[in-house]
Design a binder for this molecule. Structure first.
Ligand code: IMP
Ligand code: MG
Length: 183
């Protein structure tokens, strides 16, 4: 039961992901030289990206995670965000880099950023693997972006459809017949 059979088209292959993540890691290490960095991952989508990104940063890094809900199991934003799991550690006076899988409407990220800003970090930046950014979306300007993508639903490398496909090592588009009647 290969999950690869469910993919219609590969958008970003393994090697391309690997190269770009390494470039981002080197860039981040240079920019934060001498400033220990706290990577904050948004569960669960950012996990594969953050694991690779952290290993591409050759400098002191700590990791923490938070979980928020915005989509439920469907493909459309519900228009609200809820905290399911908060950070374990204080971020006050820390250099924080928020790591996200994808910015779509920007709703999730703008909520999380506002929340973290209130805790007075020394700095707060955003690293998103994918930037979709719809026309009428909230405008978020991520400091580091892996790839810009078209407005189409993608899965793999952390991104799910109904909690599946996060373990694909590449990013792709599902066969249309796999989506329930919600598009
Ligand atoms: P936003 O709040 O609309 O920016 O959505 C952000 C979240 O929605 C991401 O962290 C993903 O979990 C999910 N999401 C948005 N677009 C996609 C997609 O194309 N594939 C899978 N998940 C997505
Ligand atoms: Mg999701």
């Amino acid at each position: 039961m290969s999950i690869r059979n469910d993919i219609e088209r590969i958008l970003i292959g393994e090697e391309q992901l690997h190269d770009r993540v390494n470039t981002l890691g080197e860039w981040i290490a240079r920019e934060y030289a001498g400033r220990p960095l706290l990577l904050v991952g948004v569960l669960k989508g950012a996990v594969p990206f953050m694991a690779d990104l952290a290993r591409a940063i050759d400098a002191p890094v700590e990791m923490d995670f938070m979980a928020v809900s915005s989509y439920g199991n469907t493909m459309h934003s519900q228009g609200f965000v809820r905290i399911l799991k908060d950070l374990d550690e204080s971020i006050t006076n820390r250099d924080v880099l928020l790591v996200e899988d994808i910015i779509d409407t920007g709703l999730t990220l703008s909520y999380v950023l506002n929340l973290l800003r209130q805790r007075a970090p020394a700095s707060l930046r955003v690293c998103a693997l994918l930037n979709k950014q719809k026309v009428h979306a909230k405008h978020i300007h991520p400091d580091y972006v892996g790839f810009s993508v078209q407005d189409e639903f993608v899965v793999g490398y952390g991104l799910d459809y109904a909690q599946r496909y996060r373990n694909l090592p590449f990013i792709g588009v599902l066969k249309p017949e796999l989506y329930r009647d919600e598009k």
